[in-house]
Design a protein around this ligand. Sequence first.
Ligand code: IDP
Ligand code: MG
Length: 149
Amino acid sequence: MERTFIAVKPDGVQRGLVGTILKKFEEKGYKLVGLKLLQVSQELAQTHYGEHKGKPFFDGLVKFITSGPVVAFVVEGNDVVVTARKMIGATKPSDSAIGTIRGDYGVDIGRNIIHGSDSPESAEREISLWFKPEELTEWTPTISTWIYE
Ligand code: IDP
Ligand code: MG
């Protein structure tokens, strides 16, 4: 089973979209294994977005992601990394299909509601950056046999 890291960014939290977003992942059939609300530090923001350091939007991105609480969570399931990215939509909301999270709720690339890991390697890195091992819970949903053959 694969895991991915998802974060509802400060705009998503401020707009009251946390429940809506969590519901989409729950209804899809993914298992929630970690969840928290936190104020992101400068250090965490810069490390998380390290690949974008030096780009023109980097400072604004760090300022934005540290501007208010973020809801971070980890979901588990078959092919969850790639499927979560499909559920999230393209980086630029105007390129995101209607029905995706960014396509339905986002307008501006700098306020695109949600983050999702872009590969299994990024997911591992981001999960260990945002969560301590003891903050992730192993459990078996009773509905598992109705989601997996
Ligand atoms: P992703 O979130 O879809 O993986 P990335 O290219 O990794 O997209 O960029 C990370 C985040 O940086 C985006 O979600 C967006 O919030 C922000 N970002 C990316 N490109 C721009 C830009 O051109 N202007 C403003 N913000 C940007
Ligand atoms: Mg990215």
